[in-house]
Design a protein around this ligand. Sequence first.
Ligand code: DQA
Length: 147
Amino acid sequence: MIRIRVINGPNLNLLGTREPEIYGSLSLQDIQRRLEEEAKEQGIVLDFYQSNHEGDIVDKIQDALSAGFDGIIINPGAFTHYSYAIRDAISAVKLPAIEVHLSNIHAREEFRSKSVVAPACIGQICGLGADGYSLALLALHKKLRRS
Ligand code: DQA
């Protein structure tokens, strides 16, 4: 059984009410429910997590290895743009990770177009809204089945 941990960073708990013109109208719980259904259909065990705190996210990445997860999907929120600690944690655990963003970070303020986390990931999906999480699940599942 493939096990995937999904980690969401700061302010993503506000989805649904937070700038819906940018991030859409689904709440994080809506996204979680949808992804859990898709994971079940694909026979994947999913663990879905959100935190506003950098250290807690680092702990959750480190724990993914010891807890036996096979891969990580991460939307680091604003930490994307400056958290070397999150990037280093992903590199340290050596689990395949996919970075997801609801919005197209390359079409917004300049500071958003740079991700310091992406180089530690196998890929990045952005600008496709909540579908980005589903696509990341599919891609990670395919990769893990092959390995
Ligand atoms: C985000 C993009 C980030 O720049 C922003 O800080 C977020 C959300 C996204 O999903 O589009 O909090 O990661």
